[in-house]
Design a protein. Structure first.
Length: 94
C-alpha cells in the first residue's frame, strides 16, 4: 500500500514540475518549514533567481499539495505574524 502512495507522490511532483516548465509564467519556489517561516522567506528572497514580479509557489516541507493559492496565503500570513511577534519582542527590550 505504501508503494502505491509513494508512486502517487512521485507522479504528483512530476506533473507539478512539468506544469511549471510549460507554464509561461515563472514562479519563485519557496520550500519552507512551518517552524521557520521567516528563515525560509529570507532564503527565497535572497536568491539570485528571485524575481519580485513572479508569483510565489510555496511548498511546506513534509506536506503534500500543489500551491493554487492557499499555501502562498498561509505563508504570507504566518510570515507576517512571525515578523510582528519578533518586532514586539525586540521593542520590549528597549
Amino acid at each position: 500500500m505504501s508503494y502505491v502512495s509513494l508512486q502517487a507522490v512521485d507522479a504528483e511532483m512530476i506533473l507539478l514540475n512539468l506544469r511549471q516548465q510549460t507554464n509561461e509564467e515563472q514562479h519563485n519556489i519557496v520550500n519552507v518549514t512551518r517552524t521557520k517561516i521567516l528563515e525560509g522567506a529570507m532564503r527565497c528572497f535572497g536568491k539570485d533567481t528571485f524575481d519580485e514580479k513572479n508569483p510565489l509557489n510555496v511548498r511546506f516541507v513534509g506536506e503534500r499539495g500543489i500551491d493554487t493559492g492557499g499555501p502562498s496565503r498561509e505563508f504570507m500570513t504566518m510570515g507576517s505574524e512571525e515578523h510582528t511577534s519578533e518586532l514586539q519582542s525586540h521593542s520590549d527590550l528597549v
